[in-house]
Design a protein around this ligand. Sequence first.
Ligand SMILES: [Zn+2]
Ligand SMILES: [Zn+2]
Length: 259
Amino acid sequence: MLIDTHCHLDFPDFEAERDVIVARAMAAGVGQMITISTRVKKFDKILRIAETYDNVFCSVGTHPHNADEELDVDVDDLVRLSAHPKVVAIGEAGLDYFYDNAPREAQMIGLRRHIEAARETGLPLVIHSRSADDDMAAVLTEETGKGAFPFLLHCFSSGPDLARIGVELGGYISFSGILTFPKSEELREIAKTVPHARMIVETDAPYLAPKPFRGKRNEPAYVAHTAQVLAETIGVTTEEIAAITTENAFRIFSRMPRL
Ligand SMILES: [Zn+2]
Ligand SMILES: [Zn+2]
């Protein structure tokens, strides 16, 4: 069994056929999935989806793209909303200097609030980091120094230093379909350096479909393709990569029950 630790089932791409998407994931061996919040103001919809399917769990948080729209969401709001048993993570929050859709100051304020919520609740923080390696490494080092909190670097596409620092600080590294792309040689080299006990897999669906579906709409069933490439990259079998990543997912998403 595999777990898709990061998808966006609330996106309009899935609106008309969510039942089919979830069923197809299960048929492909993806037993559980986590649909990730990008706007606290739309959290109701996320929660409705998580409540509809036994094997779908969710997070609560504000994507860095929307950071300036949700500066009124404070730590207490995140903590309060995360009390629901279907909520297994805080985020996704972080820094995206590639798109810079929100001012960097707002992204940083949001990230620090989400860190505080993760520390307070013990739920893992799902971190989105793109083209922001130095600032992310600095803030994670500073904040873990103030008090540990569980976290993972989702859809990892950063450089080797951030991977190393993330692992040193106790974090997990999540690999998406990017790992399967021909040009992702550096990322596959990084994967070889990540301890087996710290790697998980995700789709980030509807984005970033892995080979051989690249360019098409992604969906949780396809996480098997990323897991297969990860297995080949680090030299383990298909069965072993499923066992490794699933055990790790249950360890980091500690509130998620084994169904
Ligand atoms: Zn993201
Ligand atoms: Zn995402």
